[in-house]
Design a protein around this ligand. Structure first.
Ligand code: SF4
Ligand code: SF4
Length: 365
């Protein structure tokens, strides 16, 4: 949809400011133009031709993490994240020269190398032959930087009777960064190429670890393509299709951080908790802000605004310390990376990825 299609949504904003209570980029800057309300006004100014974008304007638009907590706090439920996405798609078309180089490179990298990190495709993890109709879609972040998370996921799935295929270097990028940053035409092309590629391979079920790939394949692709295969997050598959049970050799107190793309976006709150509660010797405690109130880890803006992003992940870590958790479990590589970078400053708490914990619990380690 174009920004013009969101005109009604833009005028639905009451300017009440309740979104200040949720928006993390406002909370850590106290800058109204980095708040949801401010961003709605920026969109209106663009739409009415009252403002010509410059670098400051871009910073305000690009620093939104699309975390969607503003909608939770907003009385008329204004779709601020969707407005920001539509605004970015206008800006990508009309003011591409104002985009930071980092974003342009990331977009080109997806189109040329099938990953947003600018690394050669050969740096993705190895492939595994398995059932051709079931694909474990690893995602670029885990494939390039955290292959152990994918290996642990595979170990868990195999132990529970599923032997999916892993495409390794052949795995395409889901293209989220394109739609996130406004490169919508490029995203549509990628989405239809990925869907054709998977369909031609006979894929009927895609299981992924990555909340961003999950949301992209399941929700964004549906806007532009018709999917013939089912998409499940690993936690959904483990709860619905397998009877996961595990045990830790030592007692451990853990908390769980809801990734924005898995929780607020896709409503997957229960399954990760059910998995954690099925592990003996594990004590589960909730973060002070969880489920739809979960704090964004800052991951989406870490490359561009590292200080602001760190303040966001520090908040998550402080919450975990408050509730006495020794491990913050995450089912998202981006959240894991953000939380780990903040947890590194605190001896009492650490970041732990869900697949590694599950594999360990299966081994009773
Ligand atoms: S809470 Fe909603 S309606 Fe109120 S200012 Fe924020 S975006 Fe606008
Ligand atoms: S999506 Fe998140 S960062 Fe963006 S305006 Fe809403 S609360 Fe703020």
């Amino acid at each position: 949809m174009s920004l013009k299609d969101y005109e009604g949504e833009i005028y639905t904003c009451l300017r009440c400011g309740f979104c200040q209570a949720g928006c993390p980029t406002f909370r850590h800057t106290l800058n109204e133009s980095l708040n949801a309300r401010g961003r709605v006004i920026l969109a209106k100014l663009y739409l009415t031709g009252q403002y010509t974008p410059d670098e400051d304007y871009m910073q305000r638009v690009l620093s939104c993490t699309l975390c969607d907590i503003c909608k939770v706090k907003c009385p008329p439920k204004v779709e601020v994240a969707e407005i920001v996405e539509a605004l970015r798609s206008e800006l990508w078309r009309s003011h591409r020269d104002l985009y930071p180089q980092d974003i342009v490179e990331s977009i080109n990298s997806i189109l040329e190398r099938q990953n947003p990190f600018g690394v050669p495709r050969e740096q993705k993890m190895r492939s595994y032959e398995g059932e051709s109709s079931v694909l474990f879609f690893v995602g670029c972040s885990s494939s390039v930087y955290y292959p152990h998370m994918a290996e642990n996921t595979l170990q868990v799935l195999r132990a529970l009777g599923l032997n999916p295929t892993v495409l390794g270097q052949e795995e395409p990028c889901c293209g989220y960064r394109l739609v996130e940053m406004g490169a919508v035409d490029e995203f549509k092309r990628v989405a239809s190429e990925v869907v054709s590629f998977l369909e031609n391979r006979g894929v009927e079920l895609v299981i992924t670890n990555c909340p961003t790939c999950y949301k992209t394949l399941k929700e964004y692709y549906k806007r532009y393509t018709s999917l013939t295969f089912e998409v499940m997050h690993i936690t959904e598959w483990l709860v619905k299709e397998a009877k996961f049970e595990g045990e830790l050799s030592e007692p451990m107190t853990v908390t769980y951080h809801d990734p924005c793309h898995l929780g607020r976006s896709m409503g997957v709150y229960e399954e990760p908790r059910q998995l954690l509660e099925s592990i003996r010797n594990l004590k589960f405690v909730e973060l002070p802000k969880s489920r739809e109130e979960s704090i964004c880890c800052g991951g989406p803006i870490r490359a561009l605004y590292p200080e602001l992003a760190s303040k966001m992940s520090d908040e998550v870590v402080q919450g975990a310390i408050e509730v006495g958790a020794s491990q913050i479990v995450s089912s998202c590589t981006t959240c894991y990376r953000s939380i780990a970078s903040s947890a590194a400053f605190h001896a009492e708490v650490d970041a732990l990825d869900l697949p590694t914990l599950l594999a360990r619990a299966l081994r009773r380690g």
